[in-house]
Design a protein around this ligand. Sequence first.
Ligand code: HEC
Length: 338
Amino acid sequence: MPMTRLLSALLAAGVVFAPMSVAIAQDSAPPAGTVEAAPAATAEGGQPAAENTEAVQPAEAAAGEQPAEAVASEKMPEEEHAESETPHYPIKKPDELSWSFAGPFGSWDIGQLQRGLKVYKEVCAACHSMNLVAMRNLEALGYSEDQVKAFAAEYLVQDGPNGDGDMFERPGIPSDRFPAPFPNPEAAAAANNGAVPPDLSLIAKARAAERGFPTFVFDIFTQYAESGPDYIHALLTGYEEAPAGLELQPGTYYNPYYLYGPALAMAEPISDGFVEYGDGAPETTDQYARDVSAFLMWAAEPHLAERKATGLIVMLFLVVFAALMFLIKRRVWAGTPH
Ligand code: HEC
């Protein structure tokens, strides 16, 4: 018995201290620059340390200026390295917005989703498909069956083959998915400077800017899970003039929030007043970006609100159940002396 206790104590100590010692080792390693600079500094001071005497003396004898030059030439490669190093993307971190669907009590803002659908339909759908979302799913955005039927009928959908073996076009029905704007990825790339606009069905879950240490640790406790919509909003509102000296590929547009480079092949898709809202919401780029990001979050996880509501009930049940079990345990063991 004492043996197993000792072993488990040692194991626990190992688990705690092993990462600590790695961290200490990393901290105490001096940065590359100081190591290189040390001999030069002693040479300048004119009081070289005993071990370095031989190496430094000839330099001092030759000329007084030389050590200073040596310092400069030693630093040069480092600076060049810093400049030529690939900058880390995204250069700017997305702002954390407040979303109605965030947190354990989160639920959809139906009005916002309807506006987001409008932005997607009138702007993004010209280039981006949404292959996993069917028209009938739109009933979750508060539309009646008839409204969805009318919405679907606005599209022409390719169907077939018919009895003669030919494909034909017909008006959409609720079971159809959103029709893709291009027949195939090659056509999409040809129309967009060689870049295929990604399918937007799951994009809100597929894109998340890295938050880095320690933020990602805090995120575990704050339950932050909105980096997808935050990123899409930042991308749509974040277009800027490219900084002087930066040469962009033709057909690309500078955006410091883009995850994979300084510029992307999508031009700024929305601007103020682009889409008409009927409900009095501000018709600004920022509002469009918020609404379409929320809509894409719904598209990527339509059951998010139910999931959160169920989770809350489960947690409440567990709390009550734990209290009950505690009382039962006290009752069962009440007569047992200990
Ligand atoms: C004129 C065509 C066009 C329109 C309109 C358009 N996009 Fe794009 N989009 C593209 C292209 C092309 C890319 C691929 C860019 C690349 O790979 O460089 C892209 C990429 C994206 C990406 C992925 C960025 C990443 O991190 O990979 C998102 C998200 C996106 N678009 C959202 C939208 C939204 C939302 C709208 C509507 C408001 C929209 N787009 C409208 C052409 C378009």
